[in-house]
Design a protein around this ligand. Structure first.
Ligand SMILES: Nc1nc2c(ncn2[C@@H]2O[C@H](COP(=O)(O)OP(=O)(O)OP(=O)(O)O)[C@@H](O)[C@H]2O)c(=O)[nH]1
Ligand SMILES: [Mg+2]
Length: 219
């Protein structure tokens, strides 16, 4: 920002994060009181978040009530894809913004049903940097990395993988066609977060979906 010194910029940034953290804590209390599991899905653009969500929602139909908040810079395309499965979804357009914040989630979640034992999935804006810093009040962040992105991503974007409880390695059906070293990827993720859990899956073929659904059942 022109005209602002480094100190002023840092002060503004800390103020923004502090306000966000307070609202996130409020969201978390609300979600816990409602008995709702809330997950923040984070990844680079195109890793397969919406495809995975649609597939997950189909499999949870009649078993667990779900709702979705979709974050994108523009369009309602992803919320439309979710609604086509019969699950309620709210689209948030962040415009120039590169991540969702706790206030956006607060306002959106009040427009969605919250049922005891249900799951609220939040698909964050595709970006491996900013969403790492913004707590939304979720129980866990789930980082999705597809095999076309390269196994070094956890080292290049460590904050995201350090903040995540679970890493989903998606698009495993493409492994025969790309040089992606799965073991190396897991090693890299564990270097930045020794406690990170890992599930390999393909949202399009359904391979590994059971492991993901089992994880959801105990999360
Ligand atoms: N081969 C393969 N393709 C996949 C898989 N999952 C998603 N895709 C494809 O990857 C592309 C992007 O998928 P999306 O679900 O839109 O990805 P996204 O992460 O929601 O993208 P943004 O919301 O734009 O960040 C689409 O062409 C999907 O069909 C998978 O498991 N295997
Ligand atoms: Mg999407």
């Amino acid at each position: 920002m022109p005209g602002l010194g480094q100190r002023q910029l840092i002060a503004i940034e800390m103020d923004v994060l502090d306000k966000n953290n307070k609202l996130a804590a409020h969201n978390r209390e609300h979600f816990e009181a409602a008995g709702q599991l809330v997950l923040n899905l984070v990844s680079s653009p195109g890793s397969g978040k919406t495809t995975l969500l649609c597939e997950t929602l189909r499999r949870l139909e009649g078993k667990r009530p779900c709702a979705v908040i979709e974050g994108d810079q523009q369009t309602s395309a992803d919320a439309d894809r979710i609604r086509a499965t019969g699950v309620p979804a709210i689209q948030i357009n962040t415009g120039k913004g590169c991540h969702l914040d706790a206030k956006m989630v607060h306002d959106a979640c009040h427009q969605l049903p919250a049922q005891d034992g249900g799951i609220l999935f939040i698909e964050n804006v595709g970006n491996l940097v900013c969403p790492a810093s913004f707590d939304l009040g979720e129980k866990y962040k789930v980082a999705i990395l597809s095999v076309t992105e390269g196994e070094e991503k956890p080292l290049k974007y460590p904050d995201m993988f350090a903040a995540a409880q679970l890493m989903l390695i998606n698009k495993t059906d493409l492994l025969p066609h790309v040089s992606f070293d799965v073991e190396r990827c897991i090693e890299n993720a564990k270097r930045v977060n020794p406690y990170i859990q890992v599930i390999q899956l393909s949202a399009t073929t359904g391979d590994g979906m059971d492991a993901w659904l089992n994880w959801l059942a105990t999360a």
